[in-house]
Design a protein around this ligand. Structure first.
Ligand SMILES: NC(=O)c1ccc[n+]([C@@H]2O[C@H](COP(=O)([O-])OP(=O)(O)OC[C@H]3O[C@@H](n4cnc5c(N)ncnc54)[C@H](OP(=O)(O)O)[C@@H]3O)[C@@H](O)[C@H]2O)c1
Length: 291
């Protein structure tokens, strides 16, 4: 069964995709990274997330190579524009470069990578123009907290934003306090980045490290009870939410296959209570976590 999410424009987005951050940084690893993405596509993980920032365009080029030979219409392609380029003088050449590197003539979704000092009225204007020109199917934002979304909703066409990509995993639950509800009231789904909390030696602003997630007794016990790996449990925790897609980055075939299987894992109330005993939902506003 295909797991999908309904977007506000009436289209569907796959629930599971493949991230590309930190790919294409090392020429020796490139062939395996391409093979990893291709393996995922062959298995039906048919969404790829990239950005003009990643390896300065080389991740987009790598994703383009991985997609070669696959039916373009069967791959859901997301890329992101730097805030400094998200304006009339920068976005057209940014997108043209992304499309050239990716070897395609349109993106399924184009995201503003983060807000910084981007002029939101200009962003919405440009994104809608790119849509009209047929260069992108739809657009969204990334790393936007409630106040940013409220500002976006105030500008003309700001509410045509289809999705917000944010950091979310069991150790980074800050958005559950307010952003989740804000977006649900407006039917704007999420894409979770860092969904398995495994990127590098990262410690989120909440102070939860990869090691804490991996070694926690409750997490380990739930995974053992369900006969799944800890990382599968972490991914299932994100995918349990019907309006959340997740884009784990994985190169190892074994990881990719595990991630695919995680889509079918059902967490019970008992599982969730036990996970929350170690990593509770927030009871106060936490400044948006990002990395
Ligand atoms: N919008 C933004 O600001 C933003 C920020 C960060 C990331 N992102 C996007 O989100 C994607 C995912 O986030 P991320 O790469 O930071 O973190 P992540 O997906 O949580 O973690 C990636 C790490 O997890 C490992 N992994 C994946 N599946 C696994 C499994 N089943 N078992 C064990 N380990 C597994 C990978 O190993 P192997 O590679 O060795 O298989 C890799 O080292 C990025 O690639 C990028 O596309 C967006």
């Amino acid at each position: 069964m295909k797991h999908q999410i309904l977007l506000p424009d009436g289209s569907y987005m796959p629930k599971l995709g493949q991230g590309t951050w930190l790919m294409a940084e090392d020429d020796q690893k490139r062939p395996r990274e391409i093979e990893g993405l291709r393996h995922g596509l062959e298995l039906g993980i048919d969404m790829i997330d990239t950005a003009e920032m990643y390896a300065d365009g080389k991740a987009e080029l790598l994703a383009g190579h991985a997609m070669a030979g696959f039916d373009r219409s069967g791959v859901y392609l997301i890329s992101k524009v730097y805030p400094k380029n998200a304006n009339r003088s920068g976005i057209y050449s940014s997108l043209e470069r992304s499309l050239r590197l990716l070897g395609t003539d349109y993106l399924d979704t184009y995201l503003l990578h983060w807000r910084e000092d981007a002029d939101l009225a200009e962003v919405a204007y440009c994104m809608e123009d790119l849509k009209e020109k047929g260069l992108i199917r739809r657009w969204g934002v990334s790393n936007f907290d409630v106040a940013d979304m409220e500002d976006l909703w105030k500008v003309p066409d700001g509410n045509k934003c289809c999705v917000n990509q944010v950091l979310y995993n069991l150790g980074s639950r800050g958005i559950e306090f307010d952003l989740l509800q804000w977006q649900r009231e407006r039917n704007i789904p999420f894409i979770a980045y860092g969904p398995v909390g495994q990127a590098g030696a990262m410690v989120t602003q909440d102070g939860v490290s990869k090691e804490q997630l991996m070694t926690d007794q409750n997490v380990r016990e739930v995974a053992r009870r369900k006969g799944i790996s800890v990382v599968q449990l972490l991914l299932a925790f994100v995918l349990r939410l019907p309006d959340f897609a997740a884009i784990p980055k994985a190169v190892s075939f074994n990881h990719i296959e595990e991630n695919l299987a995680a889509q079918s894992i059902v967490l019970t109330d008992e599982d969730l209570e036990q996970l929350s005993a170690s990593f509770p939902a927030p009871e106060r506003k936490i400044l948006m976590e990002k990395y």
